[in-house]
Design a protein around this ligand. Structure first.
Ligand code: 3NM
Length: 233
C-alpha cells in the first residue's frame, strides 16, 4: 500500500512537470555509448533539461532495462520524468515514469495496460490529422519538422502546420526533428512552445551549455503552465 501511494505521488509529480516542460531530451544510444550514459545523464540534469527519454533502437530489452536502472535515480532525484521508448512493460519493471510509442506500435490502450494506469504515455504524430486524432495520451510529438539523421526514414513536414495544431490540440505538443540552436527561433516563431532536441544536444561538446542556451531561447519559465495534461479518470 505504502509503495503504491508513493508511486501515485511520483506519477502526479511527473504529470505536473510535463505540464510545464519546454525542453525534452533523449538519452539515445545512437549517439551515446552505453559506458557514457551516466555521465551524459548528469550533464542533462545539470543543464536543466525538463523531461528525458531513453531510446535504444536495436538493443535487447534486458540491456535497455539495465540502462534505465542506471540512470533513473539520477533523473528521479532531480524531479525529471524519465520516459522509455517503445517498451511499455519496462515502465512497470523499472519504475520509470512513462513510455513513448509510435504510430505503428501497439494501440494506446495496450501501452497503458502494460505500463500501468499512472504511466505517462507519449505518441509520435507526423501530420495534423494524426495530432488531432491522438486520444488517451499525455503528450504528443509532432514532426519531424526538418529531415534528421536520427529518424532518417521520415520526410520533413515543415513548420507550416504548427500553429494550427496548437489551436486544435490541448495536450502538450513537443515539436521534434532536426531542431538545433540555430533553427530554434524559426520553430518558436511558427508557434511551437515545447521542443525535443536529440542530436543538437548529444553531439554538442558542451551538453550543459547547449541545454542552458536552448532553455533561455525557449523563454523557459517552468511555472508558465500553458496546456493541459488532465486526463479522464
Ligand atoms: N522522432 P534530432 S523525429 C526520435 O518526428 C524522433 O517522430 C521524430 O532527433 C518524429 O533532434 C526524431 O536529432 C529524431 O533530429 C529527433
Amino acid at each position: 500500500m505504502q509503495l503504491e501511494r508513493r508511486r501515485r505521488h511520483a506519477a502526479g509529480i511527473a504529470l505536473n512537470t510535463l505540464a510545464t516542460a519546454r525542453l525534452y531530451g533523449l538519452l539515445d544510444l545512437g549517439y551515446v555509448a552505453k559506458a557514457d550514459a551516466v555521465a551524459v545523464a548528469h550533464g542533462m540534469v545539470e543543464g536543466g533539461i525538463h523531461v528525458v527519454q531513453v531510446r535504444a533502437k536495436g538493443f535487447d530489452v534486458d540491456s535497455i532495462a539495465r540502462l534505465v536502472d542506471s540512470v533513473l535515480p539520477i533523473f528521479r532525484s532531480a524531479g525529471i520524468p524519465l520516459i522509455v521508448n517503445d517498451h511499455p512493460a519496462l515502465v512497470r519493471a523499472t519504475g520509470a515514469d512513462g513510455v513513448h510509442i509510435g504510430q505503428d506500435d501497439m494501440p494506446v490502450e495496450e501501452a497503458r495496460r502494460l505500463a500501468g494506469a499512472d504511466a505517462l504515455i507519449g505518441l509520435s504524430t507526423h501530420s495534423p490529422d494524426q495530432a488531432r486524432a491522438a486520444q488517451g495520451v499525455d503528450y504528443i510529438g509532432f514532426g519531424p519538422l526538418f529531415s534528421t539523421p536520427t529518424k532518417p526514414d521520415y520526410p520533413a513536414i515543415g513548420l507550416q502546420d504548427i500553429a494550427a495544431v496548437h489551436r486544435d490540440v490541448s495536450i502538450p505538443i513537443f515539436c521534434i526533428g532536426g531542431i538545433k540552436q540555430g533553427n530554434l527561433d524559426s520553430v518558436l516563431s511558427a508557434g511551437a512552445r515545447r521542443v525535443v532536441v536529440v542530436s543538437g544536444i548529444l553531439e554538442s561538446s558542451d551538453i550543459r551549455g547547449t541545454i542552458r542556451d536552448l532553455l533561455a531561447r525557449l523563454g523557459s519559465e517552468k511555472a508558465d503552465a500553458e496546456g493541459s495534461t488532465s486526463r479522464p479518470d
